[in-house]
Design a protein around this ligand. Sequence first.
Ligand code: ATP
Ligand code: MG
Length: 426
Amino acid sequence: MSALVQIRDLSVLYRGRGRRADKLALDGVSVSLGAGETLGLVGESGSGKSTLGNCVLGLVQPTHGTITFDGRDITHRTARERRALSTQVQAVFQDPYSSFNPHRTIEQTVGETLDSLPRMSRAERRARIVAMLERVGLDQSALTKFPAQFSGGQRQRIAIARALLPDPRLVVCDELVSALDLSVQAQVLNLLLELQRERGVAYLFITHDLAVVRHMSTRVAVLQHGQLVEEGTSAEVTEHPTQPYTRRLVAASLDADADLQRVRRATRKAVADSTRTSMGGGAGSDVALLGAFEQQAVAEATAQPTPRASIVSGALIQAKGGASTIETLVALRAAILEMASRTSATMTPPDLLTRLEGARADLCRAVIADGRTSEFLDLLRQLAAAIEDGDRVQARMIVNFLDSVEGDVSSVAHDRPETGSYKSRS
Ligand SMILES: Nc1ncnc2c1ncn2[C@@H]1O[C@H](COP(=O)(O)OP(=O)(O)OP(=O)(O)O)[C@@H](O)[C@H]1O
Ligand SMILES: [Mg+2]
């Protein structure tokens, strides 16, 4: 069976102008991508990732080598071939804003990619656009709005809707989530995974973030100075890199903040697992999701100095010193809730969200009732560790324990019990 995209011995030489020297951006790269698969393309800045993506898109002309798509040579495509291909090969870039015309409505913007398909009636066209927008989490009211009226994450959803509307077989994603907040990143990445499962679309996924690539990709290719230095399954490359360069990339991605990287990965995985099992209703994934959200909220807050984060970290510092008050804990809970709901609002089924909120409230009651803040945080840490280790039994045990706490916030706040109120429900 032949690959969907086959790149053979591809080289790109950018000709220097004036005093600028020539630049060999790609040097004999061979790599392939199967239908419905994701090939992650990583490497440091300037290694040639975007150049490779742009060759596949026909935006950059290779100096040497060939690219075939579904067995057809598309290395040097004519304008006509390019139009024919445009419904099958689409792209989403880091900053969708720059690829949107600010004066065109979302209906016009998203509908652009239908132009190369056989003409359809206005009603049919609109119906397809609305269905696609809804699929990416936007409602019909978006049709008449303009790009500036949306957040970065929403604009990326619009870009994804536009790319997937003609049902392409390949989407080149170049640093697609790099500009987004982490909580929004997770939602967008999981939306892409769901769409892939539904439609069997293949992704050429370009990123400098190894955690993202591992989450998204079937296979990973590593570029260094325009050359392919390593290729393999996602787990092979990210866990057992054979090349010193790849090892450095992995180390650099971990060095940034090992704890944060770990919890971010855990959250992404928990959300993915939860959406994967939401049909069958796996309780274990709720547990993992809850733990991951809480842990990420705390970790992000300590790592990033935003106002919301300062509330959390302030509360944590106070809690560490043993001087925790009900007020700081209530602030801590409010901040965690706010951050966690940003993470989960559009991806998590509403009933699951309600359960999460309930469980979080229980957690906070436990803390307030006992004043045992460090124990609470410790349990969250254990929970995150259990999730990271894939130890569902342990994770479930911890959450069951936290879940079994009884008490009422308002009564507790006014009249603090002397003794602990952890009770087992069973
Ligand atoms: N149009 C161009 N003309 C000349 N040189 C270019 C051009 N585009 C890219 N380059 C050079 O080619 C090399 C590869 O660039 P490319 O954009 O493919 O890297 P990248 O891996 O995508 O980097 P980043 O992670 O920063 O996006 C770089 O040295 C870059 O400066
Ligand atoms: Mg690039």
